[in-house]
Write a protein that binds this ligand. Sequence first.
Ligand code: DX5
Ligand code: ZN
Length: 223
Amino acid sequence: MPKIPGWEDPGRVLIAPSILSANPAQLADGVGLAEEAGADLLHVDIMDGHFVPNLSFGPGLVEALSSQTHLPTEVHLMVDNPGAMIPLFADAGANLLIFHRETSPHCHRHLDEIRRRGCLSGIAYNPSRSLADLPLLMDVLDLVVIMGVNPGFSGARFIPQTVQRVRQACEMVAGTGIRIAVDGGVDLSNAQELREAGASLLVSGSCLFSSEDPAATVAFLRG
Ligand code: DX5
Ligand code: ZN
């Protein structure tokens, strides 16, 4: 599996800036900001206009970014056909591939395929989705993403029940080495609470890209 620096250290909180919040006409600058701020991963949101009411990027952008940055890329598929998209984004250079629990009856198969293609595997749960079937996926899973917002846009309002859901997910994966991430609405007001609940990967979009001091913001989010 591709190396993501710090991944094996459970005590290290990883920070993944979401490039969706960068200026779309100057994405290279957004990548530079993430690198200089000390981020661990680059989070790339893929939206299909079906599963979520918005459109964003494709595999061409992931390939271009992967060749331009030393940061590993974490691709968040918000698409209703993850099985068809996984090969495209793995070939484009994704280091970690996440799709949504809501989008397929074949989640175990997709997670297994992501790993077989040499990527770390992640599954995201919408705010209204029960985590009850998570144990059935753990043998092929590296990351659980608890959505802090309803997906589709950066800058959405954080849903407070996320904290309890992070706690629940952490209890479920205890002892497995699976990380818990939060994506959406993460900011300076809730990062500590999310870390204390057990989150060890925080995605940050609008909070980081609107910051006057991105390095200090990354350090604060990391704790
Ligand atoms: C939401 C996306 C997030 C988003 C995060 O649908 O999956 O990655 O870009 O942006 P903020 O941190 O502004 O909520
Ligand atoms: Zn995302």
